[in-house]
Structure formats: structure tokens, C-alpha cells
Design a protein around this ligand. Structure first.
Ligand SMILES: Cc1ncc(COP(=O)(O)O)c(C=O)c1O
Length: 400
């Protein structure tokens, strides 16, 4: 769609973000800034709806199909296995409330996770009499072998579903999804993955990793506007899901009555099977247009190349900060790395205070749950880490 702009996208080049007010924007793990092509795509839909009203509907339905394919290609799936939803949370909720649970089913969840991937399981447990089994996500960073043994043990004792984030939002640890998926298959458990801290920066493959369900939103590493997300459901799992959240668009031939005769208004149309069953009502076309453009840019650069580019950025910053007494959470094993570089500050200032001081010096980063977190993406030049180091030195010298 935006080929001219795509050809302008280049690793380490911020030209498509002329309005960005920070000298260093290393906060994509929170919310991405919007590039010019993304803004242009959103503005096109705004103008089109201002002009045409309902007339934009057919083109926007077609766009949804293209975005569905984009999502699918990011995870090695097909468009048929993708349902469009509002955000990651909506995706977790959809699966939590559509599975045919039996009272006493056990769900393995992780302390340290972003609450999106805990709260819906807690509520499903309360409503349906499920049991939550807890592990510490941090154990997989500190001693992966021992943690996987414990994981195996839990599965051997009977776990219906494992709910894990691909990348831990605090430490940036990439969880051992392939091993987890393999273990789930052996023990007859199902694997649910929250992928919002991974997609767009970490290559994922649902088939190779044995992922049964995956949910993701738009506004972090996919660099789109907020409010578009998707759910992936593995083809072999679709038949078991119950249409507990179905609404008007969940039916087959859902749009027929909009233009059809009186008898086409029916309530007995079958509910679509699979992920599309979760598409319930009207949709965020503006967000979808922006996201189509931002994923287009990411695909033109290639997720693997973006990952390497971001690792080089981290390689420039991590040792310099360690030399100044920061403690890094980044895994030494590259298989456990992501787009996140998180550190513990060397002094008695909290991470939030550090993030505030850096913000005042033109560097945007985050401080979730006590970690100082840097999340650069494809537009960040590797050279800007020198600027971060200078700012860190000025904060250290200023003292407390
Ligand atoms: C791991 C993780 N899951 C989910 C979310 C957010 O979910 P949603 O897309 O529902 O806002 C975040 C961050 O905001 C996150 O870091």
C-alpha cells in the first residue's frame, strides 16, 4: 500500500518520525510513536469516512483480510486461524471464556507476568471452579534447567492449560516456548501465549513452538495505533471452543441481512468456527489502517534483521552501564533475549526516578515494577547509546 514510504524505512533511521520530541526513544515496549506512513494511513480512513460514511465499509472489510494475513505471516500461521479483537486482553479473555472447562481443571500461570495474562484466568477460575497453579517467571531466567524440571513436574501432575508471555515485560526474558510446547504436547496440556512483547521484534513460529493459542495487540513492537489485536487458534483446537462470546458478526454470512430481504434477518445462522467466531461487532478501522502500514514497514525490513539491529544497540549500552554498577537482566544465552534491556540501578534511586531523570535529558525509557527498561526498535541508530551513556554519567555525577 505505502511502497514509497516503505522504501524509505531503514534500520537505524528516524526519518519517518519527524515529530518525535525525544532525542532517544527507547520505549517501544510501552507504546510506540507513530511513523508518518502510519499517520497517513489513519488520515486516509478519517477523510474517506468523512466523505463516504458507510461507503468505506467494503474497502475496510478487505483491509481486515489483509491485516489478518499480516498477523498470520508474523507467526507462521494462515489467515483462517486469526480472529481480530481489540487488544491482547480481549484475546486472553476470549480464550479463557470459550474453552470447555471442567470443574477442577488446572491452569499454570506465572508470578511476574503482566496482569493481562493472569487476571482473566483468575476470573475464569472463580466462575468455573478451576485451580490456578503458580510458578515464578524469574526462575526461568535464573536457572532455566531447574525451572523446566519444575514445569515438567507440574505438567506431569495434570495441567489443562499453560498461560505464559513470550517475553517477560520486566526483564525481557524470552521464555523457552519451544521446550514448553514440546512438554505440553507430551503431557496433553495446551499452551496459551501472550505475544505483545515479542511480535515485530522476536521471530515466532506457532507450529514449531507448539502454541495452541496466542494473543497480541498493536501498539508496542508492531508500532501501530492502540486498539487492534488478534487471537490465533491452532486448527486442531477450533472445534472444542464454545461460542460463549458470539455476537452478530460471529455468524456465517453475517452481513447478508444488511442489504437482503426481510427473511434474511435470522438468528439461526451457524456461528463461524475457529478464531473468526471471536469477531463480534464493528471494528477499529482507523487502528487497522495504521497497523497495516506499520506492519508493512516491519515486514519490509524483516523481523530477524530488526532483532539483530536491536541486539547491537543493547550490546552498545549494556556493558557501559554494567561498568557503572548497573545490574543487567539480559540473558547471557542469546536464545533468551528479546527487544528489552532491563537493569537495576547502581544507587538508591528507584528505577522510576532514573527513568524520570533520563526523560528530562531527552531519553524516553520505562520503569516497570522496579526495572529500568530500554526498548529501542528499528528506527533507533546504534550511535545513540553514546547519548544515553552521557546522560547516565550526568545523573550519576549529580548524585542523590
Ligand atoms: C506482556 C504484556 N501483555 C499485555 C499488555 C497489554 O495488553 P493490552 O493489549 O490488552 O493493553 C502489556 C503491556 O501493556 C504487556 O507488557
Amino acid at each position: 500500500m505505502h511502497d514509497a514510504n516503505e522504501s524509505r524505512a531503514a534500520l537505524g533511521n528516524r526519518a519517518l518520525f519527524p515529530e518525535l520530541r525525544f532525542d532517544v526513544y527507547a520505549n517501544h515496549g510501552s507504546v510506540s510513536p507513530l511513523s508518518e506512513p502510519v499517520q497517513a494511513a489513519v488520515n486516509e480512513v478519517l477523510s474517506a469516512q468523512a466523505r463516504e460514511g458507510m461507503g468505506i465499509f467494503p474497502a475496510e472489510v478487505e483491509r481486515r483480510e489483509r491485516v489478518r494475513e499480516q498477523f498470520a505471516s508474523l507467526i507462521g500461521a494462515t489467515g483462517e486461524d486469526i480472529g481480530l479483537v481489540a487488544n491482547t486482553s480481549a484475546g486472553v479473555l476470549a480464550i479463557a471464556h470459550s474453552l470447555p472447562w471442567r470443574r477442577g481443571d488446572r491452569v499454570l500461570v506465572f508470578r511476574g507476568e503482566f496482569p493481562t495474562n493472569v487476571t482473566p484466568w483468575q476470573q475464569a477460575a472463580r466462575r468455573l471452579g478451576l485451580e490456578l497453579v503458580w510458578m515464578d517467571a524469574e526462575d526461568f531466567r535464573l536457572d532455566r534447567v531447574a525451572a523446566m524440571e519444575q514445569f515438567e513436574q507440574h505438567l506431569a501432575e495434570g495441567i489443562r492449560l499453560v498461560a505464559v508471555s513470550a517475553v517477560q515485560f520486566t526483564t525481557g526474558q524470552l521464555m523457552p516456548l519451544e521446550e514448553m510446547g514440546e512438554s505440553c504436547r507430551r503431557h496433553g496440556s495446551e499452551l496459551f501465549v501472550d505475544a505483545i512483547q515479542a511480535l515485530g521484534i522476536v521471530p515466532l513460529d506457532v507450529k514449531r513452538m507448539g502454541i495452541d493459542y496466542l494473543a497480541c495487540g498493536s501498539h508496542k513492537w508492531l508500532m501501530g495505533p492502540e486498539g487492534v489485536g488478534f487471537v490465533y487458534i491452532a486448527p486442531q483446537r477450533t472445534d472444542q471452543l464454545e461460542p460463549n462470546l458470539a455476537a452478530w458478526i460471529s455468524h456465517e454470512d453475517a452481513f447478508e441481512f444488511l442489504t437482503g430481504a426481510a427473511e434474511t434477518l435470522r438468528y439461526d445462522r451457524p456461528i463461524r468456527r475457529g478464531a473468526r467466531m471471536l469477531e463480534s461487532g464493528t471494528f477499529n478501522n482507523l487502528g487497522c489502517a495504521g497497523l497495516e502500514a506499520s506492519i508493512g514497514l516491519i515486514q519490509s525490513l524483516g523481523v530477524t534483521h530488526i532483532f539483530e539491529h536491536v541486539q547491537a544497540w543493547h550490546d552498545g549500552l549494556e556493558p557501559a552501564l554494567q561498568a557503572r554498577g548497573f545490574e543487567s537482566a539480559r540473558m547471557t544465552d542469546p536464545a533468551g533475549r528479546s527487544g528489552i534491556l532491563s537493569l537495576q540501578p547502581p544507587d538508591n534511586r528507584a528505577a522510576a526516578e532514573w527513568a524520570g531523570e533520563l526523560g528530562e535529558r531527552g531519553i524516553s525509557c520505562a520503569s516497570p515494577a522496579g526495572w529500568l527498561r530500554f526498548t529501542p526498535h528499528w528506527p533507533n541508530p546504534a550511535t545513540e547509546t553514546e547519548r544515553v551513556i552521557r546522560a547516565v554519567d550526568s545523573i550519576l555525577h549529580q548524585g542523590h
